[in-house]
Design a protein around this ligand. Structure first.
Ligand code: G6P
Length: 610
């Protein structure tokens, strides 16, 4: 999704803007640009289609410098990824703007501005905003008043950064529905969509609230709420360091993040379990009481987080005895609901900024749910701020678009939540002890799976000329198969589908032949014999099988059936372990195919528009 960086300083801010954009590349984008006000107060701009590196080349070829600047990576919504549509947009060489989000009434605004003589060079919704700011400056407003006046006219979502030639000592920002933070320096201030962009220059941040507008000078930050009243917003110090978002020795962030999982899962358990029981601190007294009162669970999420929710549905029902529904946020938010009494509304999100998940939360708050609980990886995110209760995953920053450690830490946090709910709903002490012991072994067992990497890399070679793949699973392994298929399609562009193995003969079996790899997970559980029968159905049609299996339950290996043994685990925690080989498989297929692993085409890390 679009990324914003801005700065106002004594020094030349061009290098800060470019470095900030590089650090936002993971969000996904297709063009980039920057605008600077130089010492003489003149406005200069560079834009480029493609990577930030192309923008850096343009800047190197014709360097501009200045103490005030805004920059942007654009993920096309209105208009193709062209230079003309790239941000910053400029009105009459006077005002420059960067925008993240979607302005829904941009056409009406455009028509009105065209009628009074403004011309448009792009197909974007943003250009109407910059012209509208210009119009108000011409009418005598200063930059703050002009921005406040314009946003009062806007419907939709935005994070905005605005600079103007005639007001060169100020940078104005506004936020509604799209993330934006202010970075606080000494005699300089910054803005960004994500703290990661600013870690090389500051670790002190102000989180803007919905509807806030702020005026930044070198020396000051003034924040105004949605009603225009001056407000104080606290400064927090981030404990992230600049190298928390570095790749280190790994070739891709995704590889680094896959390998961080033993530690990330251990961190998510830290201080929440002891010996063989869950600690009261794990969720805090309010959430523990809430789960005790809960009669039903509704989970809402998108993408990989949705798959974590689907696993949790099995857990809530089988372990805690609580009915549980799971829905993708974009569907949930647009239908009518019947909310059963005592239903707890749970959102799952790595970023805490996914537009559909946030909108679903806001909708849920009007519908009579018992309370809202967010399981999230970003403490300062909108989702965390707006939920009644929060359980943090502790994966650390996740940069690869294809989510990995965020998923396994979500599963960890969810299983803890389920165990806490189970305890409150009569689960016996021994069952709790068994689950906690199994969970505590998972970090070490993931390490054992990571040791299989070179074997999986070899298997990946069989996929590179394939156009389709099928992932099969039963029980909790069905959502894990969905996640495996999602990983493969996201980064290797191979069409991959997941099916409950028992559904095979109701359709997908028609597709199975020697060109269709079939991947499955076979932990040792009650369903494994049934799964093996399904695998025989595949073999009988000439399909090639890749089975990740518990040694005690593994089918016999043949030329057409490769079996990779995973450590034996308790069935409840098997989803955590079996997701890892699927991540490694997708990763190595993508590397062999030479795709952009961390930034797959057309996708974004944090989807902050609908
Ligand atoms: C995008 C990302 C996925 C992620 C999904 C939900 O599609 O590419 O990796 O699972 O958004 O994001 P969230 O931050 O809410 O978990």
């Amino acid at each position: 999704m679009c990324g914003i960086v801005g700065a106002i300083a004594e020094r030349d801010v061009a290098p800060i803007l470019l470095e900030g954009l590089r650090r936002l590349e993971y969000r996904g984008y297709d063009s980039a640009g920057l605008a600077l006000l130089d010492a003489a107060g003149d406005l200069h701009r560079h834009r480029a289609v493609g990577k930030v590196a192309a923008l850096a080349d343009a800047q190197a070829a014709a360097p501009h410098s200045g103490g005030v600047g805004i920059a942007h990576t654009r993920w096309a919504t209105h208009g193709a990824p062209t230079e003309a549509n790239a941000h910053p947009h400029v009105a009459r060489d006077e005002v420059a703007i960067v925008h993240n989000g979607i302005i829904e009434n941009h056409e009406a605004l455009r028509d009105r501005l065209t009628a009074v003589g403004y011309t448009f060079e792009s197909q974007t919704d943003t250009e109407a905003v910059v012209n509208a700011v210009h119009e108000r400056l011409e009418g005598g407003d200063d930059l703050l008043a002009a921005t406040q006046g314009v946003i009062a006219e806007l419907t939709g979502a935005y994070a905005l950064g605005v600079i103007a030639r005639r007001d060169p000592q100020r940078l104005i920002v506004a936020r509604r529905g799209s993330p934006l933070v202010i970075g606080v320096g000494i005699g300089e201030h910054f803005i960004a969509s994500d703290v990661a962009a600013l870690l090389p220059v500051t670790r002190r941040f102000i989180d803007l609230q919905e509807g806030d507008v702020a005026e930044l000078t070198r020396q000051s930050v003034r924040v105004f709420d949605a009603n225009g009243h001056a407000v104080e917003r606290p400064i927090r110090t981030s404990d992230l360091t600049a190298d928390a978002v570095e790749r280190g020795a790994f070739r891709h962030f995704m590889a680094k993040e896959i390998h961080e999982q033993p530690n990330a899962v251990a961190e998510t358990l830290e201080g929440r379990v002891a010996d063989d029981r869950i600690l009261p601190e794990a969720l805090g007294p309010a959430a523990t009481q809430l789960l005790a009162d809960a009669q039903r669970i509704q989970i809402v999420a998108c993408g990989t987080s949705h798959h974590a929710g689907l696993v949790a549905r099995y857990w809530f029902e089988s372990i805690a005895g609580l009915p549980c529904d799971v829905e993708v946020a974009s569907e949930f938010r647009y239908r009518r609901h019947v909310v059963a009494p005592g239903t707890v509304f749970v959102t799952l999100s790595q970023s805490g900024e996914t537009a559909d998940t946030l909108a679903a939360l806001r909708e849920a708050k009007t519908l009579g749910y018992r309370a809202t609980l967010a399981i999230c990886n970003v403490p300062e995110s909108s989702l965390v701020r707006e939920s009644d209760l929060v359980m943090m995953t502790r994966a650390g920053p996740e940069i690869g678009v294809a989510s990995t450690k965020a998923f396994t830490t979500q599963l960890t946090a969810l299983l803890l939540t389920v165990i806490a709910a189970g305890r409150a709903h009569g689960m016996d002490r021994e069952a709790e002890a068994r689950l906690i012991r199994a969970l505590r072994q998972i970090p070490r067992q993931i390490e054992t799976v990571l040791d299989l990497e070179s074997r999986i890399e070899t298997l990946a070679e069989a996929f590179i000329d394939k156009h389709h793949a099928l992932f099969l699973g039963r029980g909790t392994q069905y959502p894990i198969a969905m996640e495996g298929a999602l990983k493969l399609k996201e980064i290797s562009y191979i069409h991959a589908e997941a099916y409950p193995a028992g559904e095979l003969k109701h359709g997908p079996l028609a597709l199975v032949d020697g060109d269709m790899p079939v991947v499955t997970a076979a932990p040792n559980n009650d369903l494994v014999e049934k799964l093996k029968s399904n695998l025989q159905e595949v073999r009988a049609r000439g399909g090639r099988l890749y089975v990740f299996a518990d040694p005690a339950a593994a089918p016999a290996a043949y030329d057409d059936c490769q079996v990779i043994a995973l450590p034996s685990v308790d069935e409840a925690v098997a989803p955590l372990l079996y997701s890892v080989p699927f991540q490694l498989l997708a990763y190595h297929v993508a590397v062999l195919k030479g795709t952009d692993v961390d930034k797959p085409r057309n996708l974004a890390k944090s989807v902050t528009v609908e």
